[in-house]
Design a protein around this ligand. Sequence first.
Ligand code: SF4
Length: 320
Amino acid sequence: MQDMKTIAFGPVPSRRLGRSLGINNIPPKMCSYSCVYCQVGKTNNITVDRQAFYKPEALLRAVKRKVYEATVRNERIAYLTFVSDGEPTLDINIGKEILSLKKIGTPIAVITNASLLWRKDVKEDLLEADLVSLKVDAVSETLWKVINRPHKDLRLNLILEGMREFTENFEGKVFSETMLIDGANYEGEFKRIAEFLTKLKKLDKAYIAIPTRPPTEKRIKHAKEEGINAAFQIFSEKLGTNRVGYLIGYEGNAFAFSGNVEEDLLSITAVHPMRKEAVEALLKKDCTNWRVIEKLLEENKLIELEYEGNKYYMRKLPHK
Ligand code: SF4
């Protein structure tokens, strides 16, 4: 079991959440999944049994101390975020913890793999959070088993139904996160995932992610730009472009126009791909020409992609 001092950490910058103070309420590394791309180590203990790990009062004290330290340093905290070395809803006290942490007055976020959301108690526990991020890497049985390597007692249809039911009653923000890896068979899957996401009663943003830290399984590589762009376009068709975003390791900000057209292009294309027409419009606004794009392509900072007859530009990913 970990030291109480490491239960709360940060605040750390998070593109999804702003500055977030992390809460690690699970001892390493206990999870209901053993994802091939997991970036927090091998699942030593794959389980679906909810347990009590820490006393909620002790967790509250650890978080309060970190909040106090951040306040002294004048650091703003946008969310207190359950982001564990494992699955946070395995903690049977998470509902109580959310309720007691709410008294601090900072919104609460939970990053969950959603595998236990078919359970009534888990759904109820998360209702009091302000933001919940749900993992939806696959909606097809075979791919789910290949990517998430779930506990043998889990059933995908129940999990998907659990997510749908949860979003019917949840009043906070809902994000989804779909992690893409290289070499997986995504034939038709992006469309199926997008269709499932449209069935959620509430979805503020669907994030397309790639592993940005070394995965536990050394053979696993992140998806290539073509796959990421295809997923983005298919999700956008179903959900609308402004509800889809990337989490690909760059701290891009689509809304910060620095006035430096190169920086702006790299910053925007780190969050979502830009169609050729949109790039042209941006260049025009800056009274410059296509030479800027040629330079970024030559420097390997930008990549040109084709999807259904259109040209898109995306930030080049670091290929190790
Ligand atoms: S659900 Fe999260 S913590 Fe669990 S194995 Fe997958 S990536 Fe790792």
